[in-house]
Design a binder for this molecule. Structure first.
Ligand code: S3P
Length: 184
């Protein structure tokens, strides 16, 4: 695996409402590493919101922009340092994105919560999520993606835990992963 010995990169994945952005921000702060929310990166690159991208250009265009943004972040001319990146809920489901993550030696961390809790969080934070739809669509997508999410390197249960506690758990896991790799 092409692993950059001097840089550590962590990618948070999980379904909508998993807490990827807030945990990622807290984790970046704890580690002193830059944090990138991929949806925000896409919005800046494309000059429009994720909701507008879906509505005006369609999901395939959004997925292309998502892959390009991820690849650039991890392998582009400014890539190379430590970083924490939060993927949108569908990012890890795209095989191409998983191959980019694997080639870049990124540690993937799945944030888990039961579906009812994920739905509650999405309703509570009020963000427009083009694929959150109604409850049935939400449940169908969750079921479709479940197995693929299981391919993450590590998993963290987020239920009833404050953001800082989750970030702290991940920080410890990263240290343990780095130690294990050093022994390989
Ligand atoms: C998506 C999740 C969203 C965003 C886009 C598509 C998905 O991100 O990337 O609306 O396919 O699940 P969040 O997981 O941050 O809501």
């Amino acid at each position: 695996m092409a692993r950059n010995a001097s840089a550590r990169r962590v990618c948070l994945i999980g379904f909508m409402g998993a807490g990827k952005t807030s945990v990622g921000r807290a984790l970046g702060r704890r580690l002193g590493w830059p944090f990138h929310d991929l949806d925000e990166v896409i919005e800046n690159r494309q000059g429009k919101s994720v909701a507008a991208l879906f509505a005006e250009d369609g999901e395939p265009a959004f997925r292309r922009a998502e892959s390009a943004a991820l690849e650039d972040l991890l392998t582009g001319k400014n890539a190379g340092g430590n970083l924490v990146v939060a993927l949108g809920g569908g990012g890890f489901v795209q095989p191409y994105n998983r191959s980019v993550l694997a080639k870049s030696g990124v540690i993937t961390v799945l944030l888990e919560a039961p579906i009812d809790e994920l739905r509650r969080r999405c309703v509570r934070d009020g963000r427009t999520r083009p694929l959150a739809g109604d409850e049935a669509q939400f449940a169908r997508l969750f079921a479709e993606r479940h197995t693929t999410y299981g391919l993450a390197r590590v998993r963290v249960d987020t239920m009833n835990k404050p953001v800082e506690q989750i970030a702290g758990e991940i920080e410890h896991m990263i240290a343990a992963t780095a130690e294990a790799e050093a022994k390989e």
